[in-house]
Design a protein around this ligand. Structure first.
Ligand code: PMP
Length: 428
């Protein structure tokens, strides 16, 4: 069966790679969850603008004005893409990791953080300086909500008799299982218990529309390079109050409104209260511009169409893998859970790294093997599965430790049917 529409044109469609078996083949990029190929449209937009770029917020010249306008327009485009509230801030960062670390620095000193152990390390680790409660992996979306509600209700009451500030950090779509998390329900639970919530949309935003208002989350973070823009830019968008109350993420020009010498010999700084507060240094105008271009391209293509096409590819892969008895797909919420085009699996009797290497060398297919920067989740999924017999192969496994590793195939708006067909045939 053919997909419902053609894939969106992306870079690298015609790249050929050598095969160990002789000859060459066009590269099948099936590692979108790590970095998606940039849309041709984004690349064209950047190429058209490239001769004109100049300093942002600094120069009086025409090209500086042009770049400043493009940078600020990009902010507005992202705000529209995320359906932000009128007073939300959109901060350009380097990546999702950068965005979540920025927020971690901006939370109030007494903030309690709640995060599931299943998160990507970018969502799991930035909160180490706060009081963090790590929540055990739920086995259904409903259990996720109940686990969070219980944890929030168990919070210590402050001396004033109320709860202190709290923040929940949750992924929208897992970078391991591709499963969608019940974000709206988790946000409602957080707010009902006086907590705020940040959505890690690194894997969700490339596949589904993300509305801050509809989901009712306080912040959203995502990366350009997973959203069909090139590397180097990301976004943190959401409520301004904590961000404005916090020390700047980086100290420097652009973040400071006024700097004077003090009588005691030091310097006094007034920081901006806009997004610029956390964007010190010369901004990545091409990065911001390319994210905005990708947001427009996806919106114009229409998420309804993109989702329908991707679901078709997911079905192809899952049905294909189901025909191979040695393949075990990793899942937290079960076969029927709604998911994006990210599928991890192990193959009984195979070392996952060798398997992924063979897909590359013999078929020109690029997947990923490993623990996918979500070690606790993959360990939970593999370690708790009695049918997985020892070796899927992790080189770092200590003697006596169960050696774990998985293979991940991931795809999206630029994936032709042929790539997933080749993948399924290769696994067979
Ligand atoms: N969160 C999730 C769910 C991810 O999949 C990733 C990237 N694999 C990140 C955060 C981190 O994104 P980046 O590497 O762009 O900072």
């Amino acid at each position: 069966a053919q997909s419902v529409c053609a894939p969106l044109p992306v870079l690298g469609r015609d790249v050929t790679v050598p095969l160990v078996t002789g000859g060459e083949v066009t590269y099948a990029a099936l590692d979108y969850a790590a970095s998606a190929p940039a849309l041709q449209r984004v690349w064209d937009d950047v190429a058209a603008y490239a001769p004109y770029y100049g300093s942002v917020h600094r120069g009086a010249g025409y090209l500086s004005q042009l770049s400043t306008d493009l940078f600020e327009n990009a902010r507005r485009t992202v705000a529209e893409f995320l359906d932000c509230r009128a007073d939300d801030q959109v901060i350009f960062t380097r990546s999702t990791t950068d965005s979540l670390n920025l927020l971690a620095r901006a939370i109030p000193a007494d903030c309690q953080v709640f995060v599931f152990e299943t998160e990507h390390h970018a969502s799991l680790l930035p909160w180490q300086d706060a009081r963090v409660t790590y929540l055990n992996a739920p086995r259904t979306p409903q259990q996720a909500v109940e686990t969070l509600e219980r944890a929030l209700a168990d919070r210590t009451v402050s001396i004033e008799g109320g709860y202190g500030p709290a923040l929940v950090c949750v992924t929208g779509a897992s970078n391991v299982t591709g499963e969608l998390w019940p974000v709206r329900e988790l946000a409602a639970a957080a707010h009902a218990h006086g907590a705020r919530i940040v959505l890690d949309a690194a894997q969700l935003a490339p596949h589904h529309p993300v509305s801050i208002q509809d989901l009712d989350v306080d912040w959203v973070a995502f990366s350009g390079h997973k959203l069909y823009a090139p590397f180097g830019s990301g976004v943190l968008a959401g409520r301004a109050d904590w961000l404005v109350a916090a020390e700047p993420y980086l100290a420097g020009g652009g973040a400071s409104r006024k700097v004077t010498r003090r009588e005691d010999g030091g310097v006094a700084v007034q920081w901006h209260e806009t997004a610029a507060r956390h964007e010190a240094g010369s901004p990545n105008v091409i990065g911001a511009y390319s994210i905005a271009s990708a947001c427009k391209a996806l919106t114009e293509a229409g998420f309804d169409t993109l989702v329908a096409r991707e679901q078709h590819l997911i079905t192809q892969v899952r049905e294909g893998l189901a025909e191979v008895p040695e393949v075990r797909i990793l899942s937290l919420f079960g076969d029927d859970a709604p998911r994006v085009g990210v599928i991890s699996f192990v193959v009984d009797g195979w070392n996952s790294s060798h398997f992924a290497a063979a897909l590359s060398a013999e078929y020109g297919i690029g997947v990923r093997d490993g623990l996918f920067c979500a070690h606790p989740l993959v360990r939970t999924l593999l370690g708790s599965d009695p049918q997985i017999q020892g070796e899927c192969g992790a080189p770092e496994a200590a003697p006596g430790e169960k050696s774990l590793n998985a293979i991940r195939v991931s795809f999206g708006a630029g994936t032709p049917d042929e790539h997933v067909e080749r993948f399924v045939n290769a696994v067979r």
